[in-house]
Design a protein around this ligand. Sequence first.
Ligand code: FCA
Length: 331
Amino acid sequence: MKLTTAFTRLALGSAVMLASLGPVQAQEEDVKIGFIVKQPEQAWFINEQRAATERGEELGFDVVRQRGRDGQEVLSAIDNLYAQGAQGFVICPPDVRLGPAIMSRAEQYDMKVITVDDQFVTSSGEPMEGVPHLGMSGTKIGQQVGEAIAAEMEARGWNPEEVAALRITNNELPTAVERTDGATQALLASGFPEANIFDAPQQSTDTSSAFSAASPVLSQRGDYQHWIIYALNEESVLGGVRATEQYGLAADDVIGVGINGSGAAFAEFSRNNPTGFHGTVAVSSTMHGRQTAEDLYRWISEGQEPPANTETSGTLMTRDNWQEVREELGL
Ligand code: FCA
């Protein structure tokens, strides 16, 4: 294993050398693709990669699952894929601004690329044209989050003037901005006061970074007893909910609604005592994994170009219906 890695490193050391080696191409009919994700430990991505692999088994192509937590890891994953004879990869990048660098490496190797979940941006921050993308329709799904929170506030008889919103943000990621903006729009439309919305910017899109971002905001705004929480995903909302627990707020005083509908939410709904995590807008990570893998396979094997942009929708999942929705979305 070590030897292979060393050889790979050596062989892939320079582009010039590669050009003279020629592409390591597999037989036409042997399709192998990579599936690279930014957070391989997150339930969403575990499911997405698994679904891609299963689609490969059904249609007869190989899927190599890889992690790319930063630019360096992504580039070595691509080198590695090339060395294995892969003809392309699906990727959810750790930073969407890496798009141009990732594409230039892929083009060197003549590999086809599809982005999933997080779309590449150009150096001026525009979505990168020419790379097919499949992701959730962030604004709409965000609006569903805002509507679900507003409905639950009303059900609990809360006066919006006395409620604070913890908005966990990630401004580097356009889909995250769309989602939290969508939720904000829906809340404002329901009569929620803008002045009661407090930002907690997170460093990365996971529970621990959301927890760290949320804690200081809660202590700075100690005068509010009721809190609503939203973010780009349920992992981050859970970080916020855990912060309210640590701060000493009761579950009844908190309404958190996430996005994804993956293992993290199922674990929360399965607890005996409800927490402040009220619900999540579930999107089919299974479909994201299967569809992008299949699209790439057909592109490689049949020359059929995937749609430029596919937007997926979501369904609200709460403690009451999560098992049905899970089944419906094949999660
Ligand atoms: C982003 C988030 C993930 C998931 C995905 C669809 O990548 O970080 O949790 O929501 O979009």
